[in-house]
Design a protein around this ligand. Structure first.
Ligand code: COA
Length: 432
């Protein structure tokens, strides 16, 4: 039989239009059997598979997950050949190459269904079935929603087909596994994210994430889900500090140095860390020891058009306020110009994230692992504070300290922010 590259179109799917592709089960170069599922579509009522109308080799895939397609849309180019057809497993119905014209979708995939193995966070058991699974679209959807890898589920249906019941039993078995070191997690499995066709609800535009956002996003995600975070909120009276800062600003204006509250906060944080060494530490890989650092390098979150960067100010304890202000300004400018080398973002002991120049009253910053704490700073404002039987106007700075509860307990965190607030209220503490 001669080889021929032929287009594959979406068969007649009734009144449905612009249906999102939720899964592509084949790759370029795959040899597929006739009737084997190529991709899955999901309408608001059901999922359906588009089967291969003939056996052959996938040459080109014209769609990707989330694309929306309708009856007659071109989805793939496939080479049909006698050689390819003979590769069809014996259990599959062998069909001669059918016309590439739209067909009625067939119900189940009679070929292998590796798709479910692509879902995130599959439930797995110590001993599990690793054969290939046959399942109806609804069973596959059910498995996908529960994050179950279908290739691990043994089917009890006709010809070993995996039923919804099989998926349910698999999850029950996974949940009943005892938890132990290196064992399976107990509790509810994490659901896979729903695939939603937002275009159904209105106009949309797809904007790729920047490289920085992709990298920082993965780190933030890991830190958020693996570290038990608590955030301690407090306020510092910086009325006197502000008077001093404004005076310093006048003195240093001629040298082009602008001193913002951040330089004082940097210095105050290090003064506080010297009193509370557990905040200048990291857990070792075993999780059984704390590595205490004798140096004070502080990361500062910088907002750039491409995302967040965290350059590190080194040896803060050895530097004065004007020097720190100068370095902060230079660092911020370099980060925004994308001129910060990777080495300048390494070795931090603690991070400060200041939104004080923008606004807000409090937030919950995410710890920059392997550090154990991060200080969020919000915008200072004048408040009426009750002092010596009278309300007096004071400039109050909101502080939000997130800490790793495996390393730091609540009382230490409250002591840390209380001391930090005292240092900021009376910057002579810097000299202690
Ligand atoms: N309260 C009140 N005002 C404050 C303040 C605070 N906590 N912090 C800064 N300001 C004032 C500054 O004095 C300055 O005022 P001025 O222009 O009248 O002189 C103004 O806000 C702008 O300050 P900014 O340029 O932001 O300098 P900075 O030294 O405070 O901060 C960076 C430098 C690099 C940290 C900052 O530009 C930045 O990128 N912040 C965002 C960080 C971020 O996105 N964090 C979120 C991580 S989740």
């Amino acid at each position: 039989m001669s080889k021929e590259i032929r287009p594959i179109h979406v068969p007649d799917i009734g009144d449905y239009k612009n249906v999102p592709v939720i899964e592509i089960m084949v790759q370029v170069g795959d040899t597929v059997a006739a009737e084997q599922s190529l991709l899955t579509l999901e309408t608001d009522k059901a999922t359906m598979d588009v089967p291969a109308p003939f056996a052959g080799v996938v040459k080109e895939i014209k769609v990707k997950v989330s694309d929306v397609i309708s009856t007659g849309s071109l989805i793939m180019m496939m080479e049909s050949s006698a050689a390819a057809a003979t590769l069809t497993p014996a259990s599959q119905p062998h069909q001669s190459a059918a016309p590439a014209a739209p067909q009625t979708p067939t119900q189940p995939a009679t070929g292998t269904a590796p798709a479910a193995s692509k879902v995130a966070a599959p439930v797995s058991l110590g001993e599990h079935f690793t054969g290939k699974s046959h399942a109806s679209p609804s069973s596959r959807k059910f498995a996908r929603e529960l994050g179950v890898d279908l290739s691990r589920v043994k089917g009890s249906g006709i010809k070993g087909r995996v039923t919804k019941n099989d998926v349910q039993n698999f999850v029950k078995a996974a949940l009943s596994q005892p938890q132990g070191a290196g064992g399976m997690p107990s509790g509810m499995p994490v659901l896979a994210m729903p695939v939603i066709n937002f275009a159904k609800f209105g106009e949309i535009e797809t904007k790729p994430l920047s490289r920085i956002k992709k990298i920082s996003g993965a780190n933030l995600h890991r830190n958020w889900v693996t570290i038990p975070h608590i955030t301690q909120h407090d306020e510092a009276d910086i009325t006197e500090m502000e008077i001093f800062r404004k005076k310093l600003n006048e003195e240093y204006a001629a040298q082009g140095i602008k001193i913002t509250p951040l330089a004082f906060i940097l210095k105050a944080v290090v003064t506080t860390m010297q009193q509370f060494p557990d905040f200048n530490a990291s857990l070792d890989v075993s999780g059984e020891n704390l590595i205490l650092k004798k140096y004070f390098h502080i990361g500062v979150a910088v907002d750039t058009p491409d995302g967040l960067m965290v350059p590190v100010v080194r040896d803060v304890e050895q530097k004065g306020i004007a020097q720190l202000a100068k370095e902060l300004a230079e660092m911020g400018a370099k980060a925004r110009d994308k001129k910060i080398p990777a080495v300048d973002m390494q070795g931090g002991c603690f991070t400060i994230s200041s939104l004080g120049g923008i606004g807000g009253t409090a937030f919950t910053p995410i710890i920059n692992a392997p550090e154990v704490a991060i200080l969020g700073v919000s915008k200072a404002s004048m408040k009426a504070v009750y002092i010596d039987s009278a309300f007096v106007p004071r400039m109050m700075l909101p502080l939000s300290l997130s800490y790793d509860h495996r390393v730091i307990d609540g009382a230490s965190a409250a002591r840390f922010t209380t001391y930090l607030a005292q240092v900021l209220a009376d910057v002579r503490h810097f000299a202690l």
